[in-house]
Design a protein around this ligand. Structure first.
Ligand code: 0RQ
Length: 501
């Protein structure tokens, strides 16, 4: 087979993952590729974990900081977390071991809006980036890098790092070449120019990542699939949430607040998001577009059916079956999908201009519409804010979805006051549970509360919420956003003390 490393100079740097990992010393900041389980390095992180384990056996303290695009996989976050090899992690993770280390206090974690990461790194807010470890599909004759199944922050990591280690993954479809659009025109203020994007499918960048060959200290060849997690088939709750949302879209089209093809869709991660996409695939809307960060199975199916005309994202996150579908029909999908850097896929300026419909999951919402996407019972991180904030604040419509209860009905996801705030009431317009949809647009706080309690709360918790709200109103402490200070977080406390809100 033809070599994926067509540049002779770089062929000389081919080495084992073990030898490449040995080039990473303790204490450095390492920028890795990877976004929602796609395009992350498969071999060097595991080899590095082995080095760290050996160093620890010699009583040496060996830790690095890991910056990525978003979540990766057990081979990266899992392997390094297991050996306590990560000092500080940013900007998003969803790995069970990583989560445990963070919540046990053994790993620092900074949870950052995904659109902010690149500009913060250029500005030096996180310190110096020492090394980048980037998965690519191949290298052209003249040394340009063919990006993989995610772009994330790769452009920034390659630009910022002193040294670059490449993983060339033969397991990724060679047909990904040409799908990407890497924009090199961003700058720091005061030299910023408008981002020239007015439609999701527009291209105004390069098909390749650019890296001076002398920076590349190692090239490692791999042949391994992405995380490729399976999605569970839509359950009843997800189905109901999707139906409420589809009815809402139909009413909005009728009221001429949305065009018949809707507006570019952003869809978050998880099963509810997939169920909504499945619903849209069966629904009445045609010629839709997507301006999103992650492209899951649901959107791939919509592209195949023709319901979705074009999609822009920064990463795939596909099941094994969907990944095969992509590889087998890569020319079809390359005409319809653009993969961009996450600073562009999540750019507030562009999201606002396009009028994106933001659809994201949440952990809990309070009666006034503040949303917690990240922390269980105030303190324990689940994943991170990811791109939900980029899209929620700047979208044309911002929707948050969740089942009305969690953990077998012991937790109400509608609470008097959220235990952590990611999206303030100002950024939240629509709240949907399987019970119904609360349209908060144009409503002042007390009407928002009634709307959320009556439409979204589970009937088992609705009387308790009404009671809280009525007593808060009667307390006459402040009638704009009434609360009872000694009870606002009592539901969470009750859950921790007695296992039931
Ligand atoms: O945990 O499996 O241990 O029971 O949270 O909940 O219902 O499976 O929902 O997978 O859609 O995730 C907010 C986490 C929802 C996700 C969140 C527990 C629940 C379960 C997962 P178990 P579900 P989902 C684009 C946009 C932020 C990032 C984002 C998320 C687990 O949507 O990470 O939007 N969002 N990015 O039991 C205690 C509650 C709970 C609760 C749920 N109120 N209290 N536990 N759970 N609600 C992508 C990127 O940015 C990359």
């Amino acid at each position: 087979t033809e070599s994926r490393i067509r540049c002779p100079k770089l062929r000389q740097r081919i080495m084992s993952a073990r030898d490449a990992a040995a080039l990473i010393p303790s204490g450095v900041n390492v920028g890795m590729s990877g976004f929602t389980g796609a395009g992350y390095p498969k071999a060097v992180p595991g080899a590095l974990a082995e080095h760290i384990r050996a160093a620890q056996a010699r009583d040496e303290n060996f830790r690095i900081s890991v910056w990525t695009g978003a979540s990766t996989a057990p081979e990266l976050d899992g392997a390094l977390a297991e050996v306590n090899g990560i000092q500080m992690r940013l900007p998003y993770q969803s790995d069970p071991l990583c989560r445990q280390k963070i919540n046990d206090g053994h790993m620092e974690y900074m949870d950052i809006h995904l659109s902010h990461v690149a500009q913060h790194a250029w500005s030096g807010f996180y310190g110096k980036l020492d090394i980048a470890v980037i998965e690519v599909v191949g290298v052209t004759e003249d040394g340009r890098l063919i990006p993989s199944s995610s772009v994330g922050n790769n452009k920034t990591w390659i630009d910022q790092a002193d040294k670059v280690i490449l993983e060339v993954n033969h397991g990724q479809s060679a047909g990904l070449e040409g799908m990407h659009d890497i924009y090199y025109g961003t700058a720091l203020p005061p030299r910023r120019k408008p981002i020239p994007l007015t439609r999701p499918e527009e291209r105004f960048g390069e098909k390749y990542l650019i890296c001076p060959p002398e920076k590349i200290i190692a090239v490692v060849e791999t042949n391994a699939p992405d995380r490729n997690s399976r999605f569970s088939p839509p359950d009843e709750n997800s189905q109901r949430i999707a139906n409420h949302l589809l009815d809402f879209f139909s009413r909005e089209v009728e009221a001429k607040r949305l065009p018949p093809e809707l507006l570019p869709l952003q869809s978050g991660v998880g099963n509810i998001a997939n169920a909504v996409m499945a619903g849209l695939n069966e629904g009445p809307f045609n010629n839709m577009t997507a301006f999103t960060e992650v492209l899951q199975d649901g959107m791939l199916a919509m592209l195949k059916s023709g319901k979705l005309a074009k999609a822009s994202a920064t990463a795939f996150s596909l099941s094994p079956e969907a990944n095969e579908e992509l590889a087998n029909n890569i020319d079809f999908y390359r005409d319809r999908i653009v993969l961009r850097s996450q600073e562009i896929s999540n750019h507030p300026e562009v999201i606002r201009r396009l009028g994106v419909i933001a659809l994201n999951g949440m952990i809990e919402a309070d009666i006034y519409g503040n949303v917690n996407s990240t922390h269980v019972m105030a303190s324990r991180i689940m994943n991170g804010i990811g791109g939900s904030g980029d899209f929620a604040r700047n979208g044309y419509l911002s929707v948050f979805m969740t089942p009305s209860t969690a953990k077998g009905g012991t937790i109400s996801t509608i609470v008097p006051m959220v235990s952590h705030v990611d999206h303030t009431e100002h950024d939240v317009q629509i709240v949907v549970t399987e019970q119904g949809l609360a349209d908060l647009r144009g409503l002042p706080p007390r009407q928002r509360a009634l709307n959320i309690i009556e439409n979204c709360a589970h009937p088992d918790f609705r009387p308790q919420l009404r009671d809280y709200f009525e007593r808060a109103c009667n307390s006459k402490r402040g009638m704009h956003t009434p609360h009872l200070l000694n009870e606002a977080l009592s539901w969470h406390h009750r859950y921790e003390a007695f296992g039931q809100m």
